[in-house]
Design a protein around this ligand. Sequence first.
Ligand SMILES: *[C@@H]1O[C@H](CO)[C@@H](O)[C@H](O)[C@H]1NC(C)=O
Ligand SMILES: *[C@@H]1O[C@H](CO)[C@@H](O)[C@H](O)[C@H]1NC(C)=O
Ligand SMILES: *[C@@H]1O[C@H](CO)[C@@H](O)[C@H](O)[C@H]1NC(C)=O
Ligand SMILES: *[C@@H]1O[C@H](CO)[C@@H](O)[C@H](O)[C@H]1NC(C)=O
Ligand SMILES: *[C@@H]1O[C@H](CO)[C@@H](O)[C@H](O)[C@H]1NC(C)=O
Length: 354
Amino acid sequence: MFLFALLMLSTGCYQVVHGDVANYKSCGTDKQCVPYELCGEGLWLDGQFYADRSRTLLDEQHCHYMEKCCGVQQTLATAKSLNYSTTSSCGECLDEWLHLRPLGYKQLESKFAEFPWLVAIYGSHGYLCSGALIATLAVLTAAHCVQEESRETLHLVAGEWDAAVQLEPLPHQTRNVAELLLHPNYTQQPAAHNLALLLLPQEQPFELAPHIQLICMPPPHYSYNYSQCYVAGWRRQDFACNVTLPQRAPLYVLPRDQCAAKLRLAILGRRFALNDTLLCAGGDKLQFLCHDLGAIPLMCPGKHERFMLAGLMARAVRCDGPQMLSIYSNIQYYRPWIDQKLRERDLDIRPYML
Ligand SMILES: *[C@@H]1O[C@H](CO)[C@@H](O)[C@H](O)[C@H]1NC(C)=O
Ligand SMILES: *[C@@H]1O[C@H](CO)[C@@H](O)[C@H](O)[C@H]1NC(C)=O
Ligand SMILES: *[C@@H]1O[C@H](CO)[C@@H](O)[C@H](O)[C@H]1NC(C)=O
Ligand SMILES: *[C@@H]1O[C@H](CO)[C@@H](O)[C@H](O)[C@H]1NC(C)=O
Ligand SMILES: *[C@@H]1O[C@H](CO)[C@@H](O)[C@H](O)[C@H]1NC(C)=O
């Protein structure tokens, strides 16, 4: 274990400083496993240090996938290379961490900081579900995920990636919940208005960083029209594993009539009416979406390819064929309620406007 500090430089860039280095695991004579950024066996170019992120057999055999087998003499006390520029607008992400991936993993996991607004929500019995950061003091998720909890038993983690370890290039942040607001018209049976807003204590906002960003809100009357979107979030079952990465899947948002027809054919029956409060998305069936997921955000690229929060998963409804269908609370429809709740607390909603 070691400590991190995140420094905001006057250039508007972040730099990470690792301090207080403790005992590293040995991986050979005078060699030890250290996080990539702390191994000085890299490359200097134009005064900038680039860590060596290639994997050798030695790394694979002895070190964690986020560590390098590094000469003891070459181990740095502080990281030199982490000098990422930050984005300041909602819905933007950096994609500089492609190397972080356990051996043998495929495209089913999201990369570090790929969806920097993804928040892991924990309750009294551990991980509950995933939510989305819409303001430094506000996270949205599905009501069914948090309805059994009170604000005291909840906590939120932003900037998380592999929830099983703390070896990521940048540290995650953990916050309490000051207010838990379920949508006033939420009902579990029949499921309707499945949305919850979690507010942090005023004095403890999430601090934005390259891996912690806001997602944009969809503008009113946005037409998703078969957009390719993504869902991403952690699976409860993975919290018993040595690697606990968020899963990701591409999905298409379907027009309402098509979705309604498919849903009626599926389990919801003839009388089911799909209205503006719901969105429907389909795609290749991926097992992770058909299991007990709690809640996960549906994220669509909008103007300038910036991501907006289209929905929060209410349920997977059809997982029997090769294709799957799932329904989401339509965030667009709930904008007035969300905006109002934030304004009532003097929170600025401009940062999430696309
Ligand atoms: C970080 O990057 C900025 C802009 O690219 C550069 O001006 C600055 O010198 C860099 N800082 C370090 C410590 O490398
Ligand atoms: C809840 O339902 C009532 C009655 O239909 C409606 O008047 C009210 O606006 C709804 N509340 C919200 C926040 O949408
Ligand atoms: C949806 O996309 C199709 C194909 O790109 C286009 O023909 C159609 O006009 C679009 N509909 C809406 C409502 O934007
Ligand atoms: C987790 O890691 C430990 C120690 O490296 C190993 O003994 C154990 O088998 C691993 N468990 C799983 C489920 O991979
Ligand atoms: C949509 O349907 C839900 C329940 O099926 C209902 O509570 C809600 O009022 C409906 N909303 C609109 C805008 O029709």
